[in-house]
Design a protein around this ligand. Structure first.
Ligand SMILES: [Mg+2]
Length: 353
């Protein structure tokens, strides 16, 4: 990674990702399972994801007849655990299916070919000047909004400074579940004065009742990320009024099919969505962009240019941001760069039927 990515509960400085390459009758499909290293964002790590793929999901896939990706996605949901592993292998199945039909994942989901509005996300820094410096550098590329990470002790001062330095830019804050209502309710409510687009996951993932209570007492919309990890969780969020915005992460919800089902359900319930990222490398990012133009995704995606986070990427062309703050998808989609894939591979395992 170009710089370590620090959030309220941990830091990551090297990107580990598992690429699934699926061969069938001369066609190849790619998927990417992209949990964060360390277990601070979720309990899944690259190691647990690898094991789930190698021991369960890949042998299961190879011993079944898969007629279409939707049927396979529903089958995968029986597995329930390891959403990152499921997202990776399901992505490969969608890609292989698209290749066989001579089409793209975007077209399979009926998503229009449109430039995708992109937002800048920045982590937590030691000093505020460093934060302002980073925002200044990357905002100049054209990103359509800025998201900063907050945690107790790093909230009021950085938000104050960003507002002072950059004025009324579209701004939001992501706490990655760092606060609790009993202790921090007043502080969180005081964030209303910054006129944020939303505050993302202020409380623990399972604290849906508290999120609903907080939402009722703030003017700033509450967005959930970690809380929205399944269709069942989404139903509970809707029932309680725990959030008015949802960050849908394909990796966290176990794949493209679940993500689009949740998007549809959220739309029905009047909840606005946007597409999040871990961040992922190009394969999973491109699959995210493939559905990001679907109706219901109303805020800019967290998917940024490849070079924002990574010194290199494994797709061609790499993701780039336009001066208007969008990512443009090539009509024929993005291709995996085989040479780069080989260069960065540290471990391989092959499975046959
Ligand atoms: Mg988040």
């Amino acid at each position: 990674m170009r710089e370590p990515f620090r959030i309220s509960n941990g830091v990551v400085s090297e990107k580990e990702s598992i690429v699934i390459e699926l061969h069938s009758n001369g066609h190849v499909g790619y998927g990417e399972a992209s949990p964060m290293s360390g277990s601070f964002y979720s309990s899944e790590t690259p190691e647990t994801t690898w094991d789930a793929l190698a021991n369960d999901l890949i042998p299961d896939l190879l011993s079944h007849t898969v007629r279409n990706p939707v049927e396979y996605a529903e089958f995968l949901n029986d597995y329930a655990k390891e959403p990152f592993a499921r997202a990776g292998i399901e992505g490969a199945v969608w890609d292989l299916h698209a290749m066989k039909l001579g089409t793209t994942i975007r077209e399979l989901f009926g998503a229009p070919l449109a430039p995708i509005p992109s937002g800048l996300a920045v982590g937590i820094y030691d000093i505020i000047d460093e934060l302002l410096d980073r925002i200044g550098i990357y905002l100049a590329y054209g990103y359509q909004r800025v998201k900063i990470k907050i945690m107790p002790g790093w909230d009021l001062a950085p938000l104050e400074a960003v507002r002072k330095c950059f004025g009324n830019i579209p701004l939001m804050a992501d706490a990655n579940a760092a606060y609790n209502l009993a202790q921090h309710g007043d502080l969180l409510r005081s964030l209303d004065r910054f006129g944020l687009m939303m505050i993302e996951q202020p409380l623990a993932a399972t604290a849906l009742g508290d999120l609903a209570e907080l939402a009722r007492s703030m003017t700033t919309p509450i967005c959930v990320d970690e809380s929205a990890d399944s269709m069942e969780a989404l139903e509970e969020i809707i029932r309680l009024g725990a959030a008015s915005i949802i960050n849908i992460k394909i990796q966290r919800v176990g794949g493209l099919w679940n993500a689009t089902r949740m998007l549809t359900r959220a739309r029905e319930a009047g909840i606005a969505c946007w597409l999040g990222t871990m961040p992922e490398l190009g394969i999973a990012s491109a699959q995210g962009l493939a559905i990001a133009s679907l109706p219901g995704f109303v805020y800019p995606t967290d998917i940024e240019a490849s070079e924002r986070w990574f010194t290199d990427d494994i797709i061609s062309p790499s993701l780039a941001i336009t001066s208007g703050g969008t990512i443009v998808i090539p009509e024929e989609g993005f291709k995996v760069d085989q040479q780069k894939l080989e260069r960065y591979t540290t471990r391989t395992e092959t499975f046959n039927t």
